[in-house]
Design a protein around this ligand. Structure first.
Ligand code: ATP
Length: 312
């Protein structure tokens, strides 16, 4: 009898920007206590998982050459973690993962976490697992702080290390321009720089989270723009002083506000509407302050199967 090999499964997964990122004290486990609001953005990676005799990871697209393809790739760690969780650990999982990257690597947009989340959703489908979203989220949390949100998508409040997610009411679609930098910033280095700045001075801290939640519920981009805040911004700018010029250029180009995305160095500019975003992107790309620009929107859904849609 012929064994039926399941068809490959392709999952599309968003990137994220932190609309509000409050970094608290360092915990006993070495992580910082966070209170953050994530928004998923339409800049995506596509991840295809397939049964294969030659297991492994292949990476194509934006920044692919700087992504590891061995056991340290977060997507491969997701394969191993899920295999262990469902008791498939007898030998190396016979799975091949193809990642088509649109999300900049080490850009502060959680690209690696996105690929891990996409791999979990893809494998649950490929292996026909009866596994709830909550169980998948618990596996996700073992892989990294941002992975549960990348499963979830939308707009959400993250606490703990950022892995405890509660959905947030967000009306309307927000329009953003992203400015990609040359080269990335390592997240641990940015947290280290924040610790250093806090040991020697008083870098600005974000305000309360409640007004941000109110602005999201109202759907008013202008109101939200006034409240965007990221405690890691001072540290990212300290390591990359050129980001100050990028942030200024976006606002001069007509954005309502600009912010460093997560640990940077990508900058995200909130715009009044889709048309304004296209204009800001055109002006910013001519200003010589970044490698390239993208017009995106959010919120969008989290990791989801897109087998019959065109790969991006
Ligand atoms: P975050 O915003 O979650 O801190 P980031 O977006 O700044 O992360 P990533 O692109 O997730 O950064 O990558 C961070 C590091 O992880 C890089 O050193 C990269 O080589 C490694 N990495 C491992 N797996 C992946 C993957 N699938 N995609 C991208 N980077 C990966």
């Amino acid at each position: 009898m012929l064994a039926v090999v399941p068809r490959p499964v392709t999952v599309r997964v968003p990137s994220k920007v932190n609309l509000h990122l409050a970094v608290g004290a360092v915990r006993k486990d070495g992580f910082h206590e966070l209170a953050t609001i994530f928004q998923s953005l339409s800049l995506t990676d596509d991840v295809t998982v397939a049964i294969a005799d030659e297991p492994g990871v292949e990476v194509r697209g934006e920044g692919a050459t700087s992504v590891p393809t061995g056991g340290s790739n977060l997507a491969w760690r997701a394969v191993e973690e899920l295999a262990r969780y469902v008791g498939k650990e007898a030998d190396e999982p016979k799975v091949r993962v193809l990642i088509r990257k649109g999300i900049p690597v080490s850009g502060g947009m959680a690209g690696g976490s996105a690929d891990a989340a996409a791999t979990l959703v893809g494998l649950a489908n490929l292996w026909k697992l009866e596994i709830s979203r909550d169980e998948l989220a618990s596996v996700a949390a073992t892989l990294g702080s941002d992975v549960p949100f990348m499963l979830h998508g939308g707009t959400a409040l993250g606490t703990g290390r950022g892995e405890q997610i509660v959905p947030v009411l967000s009306r309307h679609t927000f329009h953003w321009v992203l400015a990609f930098a040359r080269g990335g910033l390592a997240t641990p280095k940015v947290y280290g720089e924040l610790d250093r700045l806090r040991a020697t001075g008083e870098p600005a801290r974000v305000g309360a989270v409640e007004p941000v939640l109110e602005a999201l519920a109202s759907g008013e981009a202008r109101q939200l723009a006034l409240l965007l805040g990221n405690d890691l911004q001072a540290a990212a700018v300290s390591l990359r002083p050129g980001l100050r010029r990028t942030l200024r250029a976006g606002v001069n180009a007509g954005a309502l506000a600009g912010i460093v995305s997560g640990s940077g160095p990508t900058c995200a500019f909130l715009c009044a509407d889709a048309e304004a975003a296209v204009q800001v992107a055109a002006e910013l790309s001519g200003a010589g302050v970044c490698r390239t620009v993208r017009v995106v929107h959010g919120p969008v859904p989290g990791a989801r199967v897109v087998n019959d849609e065109e790969p991006h």
